[in-house]
Ligand binder design. Structure first.
Ligand code: 5GP
Ligand code: ZN
Length: 138
């Protein structure tokens, strides 16, 4: 399914032209219009999924295969020293375009990319309780 009012549906399906880095029947890989660093790309499925919760197994597996392929190409082509795979779901997590996409963000010495968190604390009892709650839904 495509969504008429979705910009990434339009880009992924060629309604809005994009200078794609890679394309196949399932995905299009484009350069981010506001790159965090040189070589920042987005992997977009051609079908519309709002977020990770809606993805089917086959599309999810394909997206990650493409992520590996493109990451290897970025690593060969650019002088990157690291690479972050980022995928935001929901406004709270920083998602601004509500069509599933995966970011590949090359990292360079002295870049201004800011991804991280302050480590918290957790007890074994808290892990047990969490595990019980979440595993029940798997
Ligand atoms: P999010 O915050 O939803 O994880 O990421 C959305 C990303 O899409 C941002 O990095 C933003 O720069 C990028 N973006 C938004 N609109 C367009 C567009 O029309 N073309 C391209 N190439 N990237 C876009
Ligand atoms: Zn869409």
């Amino acid at each position: 399914m495509k969504k008429d009012d979705c910009i990434f549906c339009k880009i992924a399906n060629g309604i809005i032209p994009a200078n794609a880095l890679y394309e196949d029947d399932t995905v299009k890989v484009i350069f981010d219009v506001g790159p965090a660093s040189e070589g920042h790309v987005l992997i977009l499925p051609k079908e519309h999924f709002d977020s990770i919760y809606m993805l089917d197994d086959e599309t999810a597996a394909h997206i990650f295969k493409v992520a590996v392929k493109v990451a290897k190409a970025l690593q060969k082509a650019l002088p990157l020293e690291g690479l972050n795979v980022v995928q935001n779901n929901g406004k709270m997590a920083g998602q601004t375009v509500f069509h599933f996409h995966m970011h590949l963000i090359p990292r360079y010495q002295g870049d201004t990319v800011n991804i991280g968190w302050k480590p918290g604390e957790i007890t074994p009892e808290q892990i047990d309780a969490l595990k019980e709650k979440v595993a029940a839904e798997l």
